[in-house]
Design a protein around this ligand. Sequence first.
Ligand code: SF4
Length: 275
Amino acid sequence: MSTVHNPLLRRHYLQAMGISVWQRRSLPDTDVPAPGGGSEPAPAVIPHSREADVWNALQDAVRGCTRCGLHATRRQTVFGVGHPRAQWMFIGEAPGADEDAQGEPFVGRAGQLLNAMLFAIGLKREDVYIANVLKCRPPGNRDPQPEETTQCEPYLIRQIELIKPRLIVALGRHAAHSLLKTDLPLARLRGQTLSYQGIPLVVTYHPAYLLRTLTDKRKAWDDLCRARRLLETATAPNLMTGRTSEASRDSVTARGPRTRVPGVPPITPPIGENA
Ligand code: SF4
């Protein structure tokens, strides 16, 4: 039995989030979905060589980036990590000290809590994609500056275009503001059905905030459960058309404008997508 389907481990992670676990006596604990979030597991990664080239070029562009002042103080860039065809994409604001040291987003205590949150809804870290709006650490973990976000967000937009996630979870106020181009408080954004370029988007708390504010873990759990329901709705076929809203979204996204990052060639849509 995989760890994801192990009810004891799942209960352990829920408890790590501060969530009380209630279990029906008469039903087995079989409601944990397959890794990847939908009814189907994430597809196997057989990267098209062209697509792999684009990913490599994008990663190289970030690694050598000097578009904002943060390049001068970073130890290394923090590109992103996870499945390149992930259904779920989690987006935070910027690397912290641990991320700057290790070159990977959401490591350290906040990363462990994010892993627990993922596990609690039946996901594994390697099945999702995790990134930040900024790819370099702001000194002293200060808030991102608008100019830094403006300069850096083309990289994130390109990542989203390549992954084509079925759902985006914005972790914290800064990520939500950057993606949604709003300055509404987090409390107003949580609990709403939002979208980024046609992709359902859920706003929840940043794990680092939850480490300081244990009482809001329950709300984060509610957000993740709502996100899962949104994803399941997106992948359910329309009884009239036989198409999923996901299929419709793909065709719209494929025809939409693509973000150019200097030095990174655009992907040519697969044959048929431009029809
Ligand atoms: S934060 Fe982004 S824009 Fe600024 S130097 Fe790093 S990669 Fe470049």
